[in-house]
Design a protein around this ligand. Sequence first.
Ligand SMILES: [Zn+2]
Length: 217
Amino acid sequence: MKRLLLPLLILLPFTAQAACPVPGAEITVRREDPEPTLAAAPMLALRTQMADAQGAHGQHLGVTSSRVEWRTELSARYLRQPNGTVCAVPDRIAIELVHVEHAIRIAEEIPRDGCLWREVLAHERRHVAVNSATLRETEQAVGRAVRHWSRSAVARAANAEAATAVLQASLRRAVEPSLAAMRRARARGHGRIDSPAEYDRLARICPAEQRLLPPMR
Ligand SMILES: [Zn+2]
């Protein structure tokens, strides 16, 4: 009796798992962060853009806009179950975080390459640095989240396409918190730059050029 029990105990969990492929995915996460573009725009246009973007205070001498998109590719390995359905696990995962828009705009009323223009550019470059640093951190965080997710990701569905779709949706849910954290880190970083003291400094610096600017009210 004892001799029979032991192999049974070992075999039961084995057969229960045999229906799904062994987990283990090849994962790549990469980021694309080209240098921001630099252009001039009327102060009025910058004011409209900033009101939409972040409700900042002070004169709108420059704006930095950023838009990050992420793309995923996922392929799955699957095993067909006795009842015709499939069990799938991720096989290859490729994630790209792309700065599809990263643009500095400086008021065209400010003489190019002058004292004020350089100060505004330096200010906007600090925003760019926050955007790039948070994207870099997000690449790391997404990598950790995806590796963690892939170790236990399993989908059972009617066919391979449906199972892959289930894995895709589950992957997006696993990655989304890292992107939400990026949005919060950016808001904090930009908030620290756009302090009342900094706006005050920008409003006083280079007084000769400030006098040439049109009144904003
Ligand atoms: Zn700013």
